[in-house]
Structures are given as structure tokens and as C-alpha cells.
Write a protein that binds this ligand. Structure first.
Ligand code: PLP
Length: 453
């Protein structure tokens, strides 16, 4: 066996400067060696598709989906999932969930068009979101999509479209309410406690064109308290009776939005370590129990809809990056530069990712930070780390990053990398090729007199 190279330890001085920003508390992440994802070598993935590289695991997607499905099949079988497009709207990921019976939950005309282009029938689309232009409302009414109304102006707009269309449509209204999760996401929908939601119901009834038969509320994301959903069900069920008293119509669906957490680690200021992430079964049980209490029978209960995003996809996604250089900062931290950055990892603001290396490391752990490849000082992917020495070329796999990163990534300073899916049988399929300069410039035009000769 060849002798291991000697790596000298470094002496660390922690300097405190008056007026300087307090150093981030040090954290030693479990730095495991990961040479493969689902049996495919990390090195082979980057050799074939480049670094950085988004990698999704179909096995993980199946495991996450099937476990959540089974939990709700036990707790409240009449539950339908609607894939929240913004969480990750790569066509392959959306198609994966649609193939398993999920509806599409979209929040813009762009997402609506994506779902339709993928072949989702209008009737299988929940059209949510705070702004739906008239053109989008026209498409949704034409296709028979389910529209979730957000504000009074939107009621007027939809009535305009329905008048053109000639026939009333069934609608859902979005509510915001106090379920014990703060701050209340009051930006969206009509507030329940202030009476605004009841006014919206009266307004719909007076208009006579929009027949209310669904209620929706998304109480937040990464909700760590399952009982918040039980409180939401109780409030929606009570409100459903008030709606029926006004309109004479029964409420046929309750849509609880998304919000179930993944196993991602929220930064300490958001989630103290003693608060663990409850399993999906705890959410299903809380919701099922609340539904049975609200609808003890014998009459029919409304159908339950869920717009779960993060929980179903986060742990299925990885970002492979490569260490390109390192230097010791004046404050003695070792700064590692990687070829990814915050332009690919929007959620790095809130979450500490798990870091895994493709080779064994040596040397004492020392204060370190992970900086991205942007020529921007804000491009800090992770700080306050204790890391062993990482050599140039080390491939670092960051996870879980499957939710909200790819869709919010931007071609800023660098083109965006490829995204691949490792199929259940180990085949690697490109879901989106790496972007090129042509992709980025194709929408631009250059005034003739500005063209360089
Ligand atoms: C209306 C709505 N539904 C569903 C979701 C998905 O939420 P999550 O990813 O937390 O499950 C969101 C996310 O913010 C949302 O705004």
C-alpha cells in the first residue's frame, strides 16, 4: 500500500475584533464518503455530465411517494395528491407524480402551460396563486381546470371570463387562518378570522356565476407541528357549514396545501436541534383523526386534496460539486471554493446541507466555509463548518436539495448545469442538459447600430 501523504495540521487562532461580525458557530458536519448514488459512481456521473450536476434518484422518489401514499391510505383514503409544480417542475419529475395519480397544482400561467404541454387534462389541474392574468383564467375556464380564488379583484376577473364563456363554473377559495403557525401566511387568500372569507363567500353568491364548492388553505412550509393541520381541518370544516348556509351548496373538497417537512436540517435559528422532524405518518394521522371528527358520517365527507411538494422530492435530489481551490482567510478559516454556488442552491439561506466527499479525508478538522463560484461576496453556500482538509478535485455531494433549488436556480455568471435522473434500474437519463450560451442569448436581440463590426 503506498504511504499516505503527510498533511500538516494548521494552527487556528480565533480572533475577535471589536465591531466585527460575530463568527458563525462552528459545526462539524458528518463528512461521510460517498462514491456513488444508487450504485452509479459520482466520478462517472460528473465525467459524463459535468460538474456541478443535479442528480435525482428515482428509487428515492418512489420510496418517498409510496410511504406518503400508504400513510394517507391508512389515515384517510379519500386523499388525492396534487404535485406542487414550483417545488420542481422538470418534466420528468412532474410526469413521475402524474403517473402515480397526482393532479397538477400550478401557480402561474407559465406553470399552467407546462402542465397542459405535458398532457395533463384541465380537469386535473388546481390553478392556485396570487395572480392569474385574464389570458390564464380564459384557458383555465376553457379547459375545465379548478381555480383557487385568491382575492376580490380575481373574483371580478373570473366573472368577466365566465360571462364570455356563458356558463357558471365551480371554484375553490383560498383562506388564510390561524392554525398556530406563525407568522400566518396572510399574503394569500381571504382571512378567516376577520370575516373577510365570509364576505368573499357572500360576494360569490351574489354574483351567481361562480359556484363555490371547495376550500383551500396552505398554512406554510416545513411545518413541524402535525396538530396545526388538525386545527386547519377543524376550522375549514366549520367554515364549510357557513358556506353551505349561504349558498345552499355543499363543500366537496378541502385542500390542505403543502407544508410537510423533509429531512433537511433547518439552520439553528429556525429549528433548534431538540425539535425533530415528525414522520409523514404523524401528519396523516393528525389529519385523518381531524377529518373523522369533523365528518363522523353517515353523510359524505369532502374529498381531501394535498399539494405536497418538498416532502416528496427533497431527499431525492443531490448536487454534485467539485472543490476547485482553497485558501486561508485572514480570520484563519479555510475557505473552499466549489464550482456550484448560491445561484444553484437558493435554499442554502435556510438549510444546512449534508456534505459528502468522494474520497477519504485526512488532517484535523478546522474552521472552514464553502464558497461558491460566483464573483460575488455573498456566494457562501455554508459557513461555520469544521472540515478536514479537502484536496482540489474532491467531489462534494450536497443533499437534500431536490426541492426548490433547481426551479429557483438562475443562469447568473455561469450557465446552469445538467440535471439527470438515476432510474430504478441504474440507467442514467438526462432530464435537462447543461445550458449553453445560445440558450441564454436566444431571446435577445441586438440593435443593428450597436453591433460590433
Ligand atoms: C399554495 C401552495 N401549495 C403547495 C405548496 C408546496 O409546499 P411544500 O413544498 O411545503 O409542501 C406551496 C409552497 O409554498 C404553496 O404555496
Amino acid at each position: 500500500m503506498p504511504p499516505k501523504p503527510y498533511i500538516s495540521p494548521s494552527i487556528v487562532a480565533i480572533r475577535h475584533q471589536l465591531g466585527a461580525k460575530a463568527p458563525a458557530p462552528l459545526m462539524a458536519p458528518a463528512l461521510r464518503v460517498r462514491r456513488e448514488i444508487d450504485g452509479v459512481a459520482v466520478a462517472a456521473l460528473t465525467e459524463a455530465h459535468g460538474s456541478p450536476l443535479f442528480v435525482y434518484s428515482e428509487r428515492q422518489l418512489v420510496a418517498l411517494h409510496d410511504r406518503a401514499r400508504a400513510a394517507f391510505d391508512r389515515a384517510w383514503p379519500d386523499t388525492t395528491f396534487a404535485w406542487s409544480y414550483k417545488t420542481c417542475y422538470l418534466r420528468s419529475i412532474c410526469a413521475f407524480f402524474h403517473a402515480r395519480g397526482s393532479l397538477a397544482e400550478v401557480v402561474s400561467e407559465f406553470e399552467y402551460d407546462k402542465a397542459r404541454r405535458l398532457g395533463v387534462p384541465g380537469a386535473n389541474i388546481l390553478f392556485n396563486g396570487p395572480w392569474k392574468p385574464l389570458s390564464a383564467l380564459r384557458k383555465a375556464v376553457r379547459d375545465g381546470a379548478r381555480i383557487h380564488l385568491d382575492n376580490f379583484e380575481e373574483i371580478e376577473d373570473l366573472e368577466t371570463v365566465v360571462r364570455e364563456h356563458g356558463q357558471p363554473v365551480h371554484v375553490t377559495i383560498r383562506l388564510n387562518l390561524d392554525a398556530g403557525i406563525y407568522p400566518v401566511w396572510s399574503k394569500f387568500g381571504f382571512n378567516l378570522e376577520s370575516g373577510q372569507a365570509l364576505n368573499a363567500v357572500r360576494r360569490l353568491h351574489q354574483g351567481g356565476l361562480l359556484h363555490l364548492d371547495g376550500l383551500h388553505c396552505h398554512i406554510g412550509t416545513f411545518v413541524l407541528d402535525p396538530s396545526a393541520y388538525a386545527r386547519t381541518v377543524a376550522k375549514l370544516a366549520a367554515f364549510a357549514l357557513e358556506c353551505t348556509a349561504i349558498s345552499g351548496r355543499s363543500i366537496r373538497s378541502l385542500d390542505l396545501g403543502g407544508g410537510f417537512p423533509s429531512l433537511s436540517q433547518l439552520k439553528g435559528i429556525y429549528q433548534p436541534p431538540e425539535i425533530a422532524v415528525p414522520p409523514i405518518e404523524a401528519y396523516a394521522d393528525a389529519i385523518g383523526t381531524a377529518m373523522r371528527a369533523a365528518y363522523p358520517g353517515p353523510g359524505p365527507a369532502p374529498r381531501l386534496l394535498l399539494e405536497t411538494g418538498r416532502h416528496l422530492v427533497d431527499e431525492a435530489g443531490y448536487l454534485i460539486t467539485t472543490v476547485t481551490s482553497s485558501k486561508v482567510s485572514p480570520d484563519t478559516r479555510r475557505s473552499y471554493l466549489i464550482d456550484g454556488g448560491v445561484h444553484l442552491l437558493y435554499t442554502s439561506t435556510w438549510y444546512n446541507f449534508t456534505l459528502e466527499v468522494d474520497r477519504p479525508t485526512a488532517g484535523l478538522a478546522e474552521p472552514a466555509c464553502l464558497n461558491g463560484a460566483l464573483c460575488m461576496n455573498i456566494d457562501v453556500v455554508s459557513d461555520g463548518l469544521l472540515l478536514p482538509q479537502l484536496e482540489r478535485g474532491t467531489r462534494l455531494t450536497l443533499s437534500p436539495v431536490g426541492a426548490y433549488n433547481l426551479t429557483q436556480s438562475m443562469p447568473f455568471i455561469h450557465c446552469r448545469p445538467a440535471a439527470v435522473l438515476i432510474r430504478h434500474d441504474g440507467r442514467v437519463e438526462v432530464m435537462r442538459r447543461a445550458e449553453t450560451i445560445d440558450d441564454i442569448e436566444q431571446g435577445e436581440s441586438l440593435p443593428a447600430d450597436l453591433a460590433l463590426s
